[in-house]
Design a protein around this ligand. Structure first.
Ligand SMILES: C[S@@+](CC[C@H](N)C(=O)[O-])C[C@H]1O[C@@H](n2cnc3c(N)ncnc32)[C@H](O)[C@@H]1O
Length: 314
C-alpha cells in the first residue's frame, strides 16, 4: 500500500490568525455579495486552518479536527484498518494513512467522485444504501487479513504502557490464553475494522460550475449545511445511525468510533446508544471547527465486544 509523502502534520491549537479586516476593498465587498461560492472562497482565504492545510499538503482544513481529536484520545495505531465514511476530498484519510503506517489500511466511501489520497482505497456510493454497505463489508472481508489473535498479544503496541503483573504458571497461562482467544475470536467474528470515522454531511445540490469541476478539487460541492438547523440535525442523525450500525457489524472489540453530527434535540439519544456500546464517549468541538457551526463530534472509545445493535436499540 502506498503512503502519504507528507511527513508529520503540525497541529495548531490556537487560532493564530490576525484579526480580520472588515473594511474590505470595494471589489471584494461586491464579490462577497455575489454568490455563496465566492463567499466561501473568501472565507477560506482568511482562515488560518485552511491556509495551513494548503501549506501542509492536506486536502482540506477538516484534517485539523481529526488531528486534534487524535492528539487528545490517541485514536490510531500502526497497522490498523480504518474506514472513513464521507472521506472526500480526503484529509481525514490522509491523517489515518499517516497515523497507521506502515501496514495500515484505509478505506474511504463517498457519494461524490473524488481522487483518492495516496494509500487509500475508495468506493463511490451512497452509504445509506444497504447495497453500498454490503459492498464495503465484502471489500473488507476480501482485502483485510484476519488478525491472528493470541490472547492479549495482538492488542499490545509499543505505545502501550508496560504493565507489571505476577506471572501465572505455564499451564494456567496456556489455559487462560486459549479461553481468551476463543472468546475474543467469537466476539470479533467478521469484525475487521479498528476505527470507523464518519464526517458525512449531505453535500449541497450542485447548481453551477459544472464545467469547471474536477476530481482533484471537488470541495466546493461539499459545503455541507443547508442553513436550516433542524434539517442539518435530522440529516446528520440518519448518517450517524447508519455509521453506528455499520460500526456495530464491523468494529473489533476495543475499536473506536468518531462521528460528526449537527447538534439538536436527538443527539442525546445517540449519545446514550453510544454509551451502551463503548467504554467511554466524549462530545468534542475541536478548536478548528468553526464557532458559528453547530457541528460537533462524538468520540466513542473502546467498543464493548459483547454489545450488539439489539442491546442498544430500544
Ligand atoms: C465534510 S465532507 C468530509 C470531509 C472529509 N472528512 C475530509 O477530511 O476531507 C462530507 C462528505 O460526506 C459525504 N457524504 C454525505 N452523505 C453521504 C452518504 N450518504 N454516503 C456517502 N458519503 C456521503 C459528502 O459527499 C462529503 O464528501
Amino acid at each position: 500500500m502506498r503512503t502519504v509523502a507528507t511527513a508529520t502534520f503540525r497541529i495548531p491549537f490556537t487560532q493564530a490568525s490576525p484579526v480580520l479586516d472588515n473594511r474590505l476593498p470595494v471589489s471584494c465587498r461586491s464579490v462577497r455579495l455575489s454568490s455563496s461560492n465566492s463567499r466561501w472562497k473568501l472565507r477560506q482565504g482568511k482562515d488560518y486552518f485552511a491556509r495551513e492545510a494548503k501549506v501542509q499538503g492536506l486536502k482540506s482544513r477538516a484534517a485539523f479536527k481529526l488531528l486534534e481529536m487524535d492528539a487528545k484520545y490517541r485514536l490510531f495505531r500502526k497497522g490498523q484498518t480504518v474506514v472513513d465514511l464521507g472521506y472526500a476530498p480526503g484529509s481525514w484519510s490522509q491523517v489515518a494513512v499517516e497515523r497507521t503506517k506502515p501496514h495500515g489500511r484505509v478505506v474511504g466511501i463517498d457519494l461524490i467522485p473524488a481522487q483518492p489520497p495516496k494509500g487509500v482505497s475508495t468506493i463511490q456510493g451512497n452509504f445509506l444504501s444497504p447495497v453500498v454497505q454490503n459492498m464495503v463489508k465484502d471489500y473488507l472481508a476480501e482485502f483485510v487479513p484476519r488478525r491472528v489473535t493470541t490472547g492479549r498479544d495482538a492488542e499490545i503496541s509499543e505505545d502501550d504502557e508496560p504493565v507489571v503483573t505476577e506471572r501465572p504458571s505455564y499451564i494456567d497461562a496456556e489455559r487462560a490464553e486459549s479461553i481468551d482467544s476463543h472468546h475474543e475470536a467469537s466476539l470479533n467474528d467478521g469484525k475487521l475494522v479498528d476505527v470507523v470515522l464518519s464526517d458525512m454531511s449531505a453535500p449541497w445540490d450542485q447548481t453551477s460550475g459544472f464545467s469547471s469541476k474536477t476530481l482533484s478539487n471537488p470541495y466546493n460541492r461539499m459545503m455541507n449545511t443547508s442553513g436550516m438547523n433542524f434539517r442539518d440535525h435530522a440529516g446528520s442523525m440518519d448518517l450517524c445511525l447508519a455509521a453506528l450500525k455499520f460500526a456495530s457489524d464491523t468494529l473489533r472489540a476495543g475499536g473506536h468510533f468518531v462521528c460528526k453530527f449537527y447538534q439538536g434535540s436527538e443527539d442525546k439519544d445517540l449519545e446514550l446508544k453510544l454509551k451502551k456500546m463503548f467504554g467511554k464517549v466524549h462530545r468534542e468541538k475541536p478548536d478548528s471547527s468553526r464557532n458559528e457551526s453547530k457541528e460537533a463530534f462524538f468520540v466513542a472509545l473502546r467498543r464493548r465486544g459483547d454489545v450488539t445493535l439489539g442491546d442498544i436499540w430500544n
